[in-house]
Design a protein around this ligand. Structure first.
Ligand SMILES: Nc1ncnc2c1ncn2[C@@H]1O[C@H](COP(=O)(O)OP(=O)(O)OP(=O)(O)O)[C@@H](O)[C@H]1O
Ligand SMILES: [Mg+2]
Length: 250
């Protein structure tokens, strides 16, 4: 369903992603593991059009994404929860969420239609907001509060909720567990399992390999821009190399 083939990303002379290939089937949770600087975020950004790929292809449901802008990709049912959450700190929780839903219809059409698009925007918006509040009651309680005043765990909920406001079919998450206490890491992973049960397909970048492989069906390992290993979560958990390099087990 998502097919990435020989994708390369460069920043000047830095070759951040080197001919990376991977697939994600409908309903799967797939993990991407790797050390700092391995190219994981660059790969996700290239998939959603936030960084241009210098080479390779990205296909999603028989549609090529690699030539699309980030805004166009958002319309194909693919959403990214970015590294570092990136909530808008001086806006309310509710407005941060609405922005995620607004992206759904933002762009050229809005410019052409002007105020009419505000009506379009509202189609289903309340339902999506209700759904996010059902998933994260904490966000509903704090909907009037500035996003910047939320705890790290709550900001992660907000970043995830904002992405869900676009009703994606494929959700990409970039290190959602970073900086969270172990119980919140578990909650985050359980949330992803629940979203998968609701029909979402998930591509999860994580440095917490244990946490990711516990819920993932399959995984890929990146080193210096390349995919150097892949397998089922079970295979990766059992691999001596993985255990040494990423799982902290001698
Ligand atoms: N905007 C940029 N300009 C220049 N170099 C960049 C930029 N973004 C990333 N890089 C470089 O590209 C390489 C891959 O970075 P990337 O952020 O994709 O890695 P990562 O696997 O997500 O790392 P981390 O686990 O620390 O988030 C690194 O060497 C990084 O320094
Ligand atoms: Mg990263």
């Amino acid at each position: 369903m998502l097919t990435v083939e020989n994708l390369s990303v460069r920043y000047g002379h830095i070759h951040a992603v080197r001919e990376a290939s991977l697939t994600v089937e409908p309903g799967e949770i797939v993990a991407i593991l790797g050390a700092n600087g391995a190219g994981k975020s660059s790969l996700l950004k290239a998939i959603v059009g936030l960084e241009p790929a210098v080479d390779g292809t990205v296909s999603w449901r028989e549609q090529r994404l690699d030539q699309l802008s980030a805004h166009q990709v958002a319309h194909t049912g693919v959403a990214l929860v970015p590294e570092g959450r990136q909530v808008l700190p001086t806006m309310s929780v509710r407005d941060n969420l609405l922005l995620g839903g607004y992206k759904h219809h933002a762009g050229r059409l809005r410019d052409l239609l002007g105020p009419i698009s505000w009506l379009m925007r509202d189609v289903g918006l309340q339902d999506r907001l209700d759904r996010v509040f059902r998933l994260f009651p904490r966000l509903e309680e704090r909907q009037g509060q500035m996003a910047g005043s939320l705890s790290g765990g709550e900001q992660q909920m907000l970043a995830t909720g904002r992405a869900l406001m676009a009703s994606p079919e494929l959700l990409l998450l970039d290190e959602p567990s970073i900086g969270l206490a172990p119980n919140l890491v578990r909650d985050t992973m359980q949330l992803l399992v629940g979203l998968r049960q609701e029909g979402l397909t998930i591509l999860l970048v994580e440095q917490d390999a244990h946490a990711a492989l516990r819920i993932a069906d399959r995984g890929y390992v990146m080193e210096t821009g390349r995919v150097v290993a892949d397998g089922t979560a079970k295979e990766l958990l059992a691999s001596p190399r993985m255990r040494r390099a990423y799982l902290g087990i001698a």
